[in-house]
Design a protein. Structure first.
Lengths: 282, 282, 282, 282
């Protein structure tokens, strides 16, 4: 018997679909299309973020990302704007109508983030921060749970179980690469996680090819692979000027490359949909 | 500077295309389509192999696989038919017109295999068996070099370099999963290897989703992902009756599932081709 | 240049020695002997804990361990006594005079733990919980920082840097095994971390062979190896009745086996001390 | 049931002891002391090798190592003297009376090596080169089987089983580090393999701290750890002038450092022996 229960396919045969509503838009995750989440690694300032947000909306992004609290390996790296950046995300949300997602690292930031953020992200370093998971389990907001850097599929679903157990059923899983011996890429994206999660669980799964590879040239191929394998969406980093990004510039797409990738993803997703219409996808 | 030379994109800007000719057919690997290699893990007997070979030809397979020498972790497992099975592969090749590929483990088997086999495969356990690589470097036959279970991309290309240095330029790289901590799958397929190899090298790369996952239900999704990421082909295990296979039954497709997957692959490959026609794929 | 600064050997050539004082005893970590931390994985009840605490004191333990907040992979496993167990640790400390160490998972528990606990442990799952690290950086109490399951040495020292940067210089590093592909043991203990940390940093390092191996039969050999390699101490799980432990029974020593191991450790440590007296240990 | 049979402790409760006899000496491996194998990574020329061989004998080495066929990741690196170097090893053996060990990579070299070499080493890259293992299984000479870079304990013992099945029972296992994500060291030495092999098998096990770490400063601490954990010996690289070594200079000890380490090892081994005299080591 599998150790996870509420997260398991046995518990719920139907795919969970996450619905996010903003004043001017409704976005679904897990209903068969490819939901595209895009934005810079970190929110750097109001002007640039708003400009990019409008640009991404025009290019077809479904959800805006932007980190306020950046978990950085070194205490000397840029740590994000923190609470003071919430207003920027709120304004981008209002102006574009797109939902926004940002990472939460500390339960004490919940009050600040809750009113303005549509999806609360748990980063890979905090996948097993059980205090945080339990707190999010009490919310009525979607949670995106990134896979830990060396978490097994089972541990990942058990982390989701901590949230589900609290009553919050709106969980999106995000594969973002695991740690292996390979040195050319930042991490190794585990595309196999996509069909495996689809088999084991009813929760939607998306892939983050930016963090998984650390190289912008690999982002589009991995995003296509994710969609072809059956992922419900992708989350990618886009920056107006990647060379000047305060964090993760090397893995950020320019808006032009983002647009090209988005077109490709639609086509690959359509094949899966047509396929699924006539027969169940394996 | 990269330590590999003849294998590098710098040495040869044009993609290497492997051409294999049988009495009745010409098969290319690396020209933009998805070459499909299929067959049972091991050749078990003449009757079954020939029957399956004709079936696979009808379903669109481009190349037939079939192991004669099986490198098994335990000395007590079925080790393959050995030299006595060469005639079966030769007959299948003659009857179907499809090229055949089989693994070589010992330089002393070269004389037996050479006249009848179109592609000589080096298995993951032998990726750094330099005596074998050097011997294959002197041949005028294509070599498929599987990635070692924990080989870095650099070590893999340096293993290819051993063959190239001998003068044999017909090398097909095959990603077949790497070893990680994940226990639900046999190995973790590294789809990122596909775009990375395309960037670093001119050699064609295919993916083996059967060995990479160890689960037949994951084979089609991973094969689709490989093609969407830009792979030149896939190699999959197919068995008439997977439950009775002498080896690797759990990861083998039935002919029916193979046919369904093949159709999907063509569609995903076409998107990439259309895309490439108007602009370079990232 | 190394990315860590305050943690580096360059910043401080002299070994950091941690001094812990209780009403009746002074314990040092990092001064050349082998400090032995022992106790059950989790505090289960007052009677058993106090009984074992006295036993361990008699057998030569230097510090008592006992988990109150247990970070468990599954939300359905025993989660520890929580805040209600603090009194038990406090009483054991008072009765035996031995310092006590317990894990902190949530900054909101700090007020409860601070007055009664001598060393606050950060578990491997929280090695990169930066909110927690920053909070501990403001304390005047020793912190034991366990290595994350797949943390590199550099990431580990950078996590220590988060605490050091806040002003708290009393950090003990604890190697507790890393995640690899090996399945016979729970994790793979990285004994090489001991000489490497000694080279790179001035902070003391101890080894936890219980979590690293998951098998009590391997605890004594790995503890001996740790000491021979130059570790400043070991932390081991001991339980009166391992078969009945509420968590981690399989890796717990009986008091008898603990006593035998402790004798061995003293002997191996003495060799290193004699060696160091005449010449620097490599 | 364990998949290995002849290698298992169940098959043979008594520890296997390997006896090697030269014209002037008898060396045992597995009888409780610490057997020390030392020498340069590669035999570079006669003069230097003989000089070092005499030096190592005087410093207490039990067996001489020296690579003739060097399996190098790049075809452009120094590949060893090959067959022409056998005479050098033979002369060192004759002059010092010490047994010699060298690696065999190709079954076709067996005739050349057999008459002059006391232990034939199978390198980590060839741990699953079954043709080679089967050939060595027919010999009446000890075989040292290095663990593959990402081999599980079970796969390693099954590789030994290939040799044992052929009738050759003289196998020495050698742990030489496994591949992990850690980048500061070449590999991660798995000291846990020592007690685990002792539990699962009757075969002797030694540790190679030179290849495992890639850093000479870590060699002595890891060698001490290995002995303290119960290993039957160590194999270390020693070079007269490490900075000028044709291969692996960074991990080679000078004779002076070798001598210091050898003294330490004797002391740690004695503790284990005393301990074992009164009670079984855990």
């Amino acid at each position: 018997m599998k150790p996870f229960q509420l997260a398991s396919r046995d518990h719920c045969a139907t795919d969970t679909i996450i619905t996010i509503v903003t004043p001017s838009r409704k976005v679904l995750i897990g209903e068969g299309y490819c939901t595209v989440i895009a934005g810079p690694c970190a929110v750097e300032n109001k002007h640039d973020y708003l400009y990019l947000a409008h640009h991404l909306k025009d290019l077809g992004a479904d959800i805006l990302r932007g980190g306020l609290f950046k978990p950085r390996t070194s205490p000397y790296s840029f740590q994000g704007l923190g609470r003071s950046g919430v207003d920027i995300l709120a304004q981008a949300r209002l102006e574009t109508g797109l939902p926004v997602i940002t990472e939460i690292m500390d339960v004490r930031d919940l009050d600040t983030l809750y009113p303005h953020i549509d999806i609360l992200q748990v980063g890979s370093r905090n996948m097993q921060n059980y205090s945080l998971l339990e707190e999010l389990g009490r919310l009525d907001k979607p949670v995106m749970l990134k896979r830990g850097l060396s978490a097994t599929i089972e541990e990942w679903l058990l982390a989701a179980e901590y949230v589900l157990k609290g009553g919050n059923k709106q969980i999106i899983l995000c594969e973002r690469g695991i740690r292996t011996f390979e040195a050319y890429t930042r991490n190794t994206v585990d595309i196999g996680a996509v069909p495996l999660i689809k088999q084991l669980s009813h929760l939607p799964i998306i892939v983050d090819p930016s963090h998984a590879t650390g190289k912008w040239k690999m982002v589009a191929p991995i995003a296509r692979a994710a969609v072809a394998a059956g992922a419900d969406g992708v989350m990618v980093e886009v920056h107006q000027d990647p060379d000047r990004a305060l964090s993760d510039g090397k893995q950020s797409l320019t808006p032009e490359n983002f647009a090209r990738m988005a077109t490709q993803l639609v086509r690959h997703a359509q094949i899966n949909l047509k396929q699924a219409a006539s027969q169940a996808l394996l």
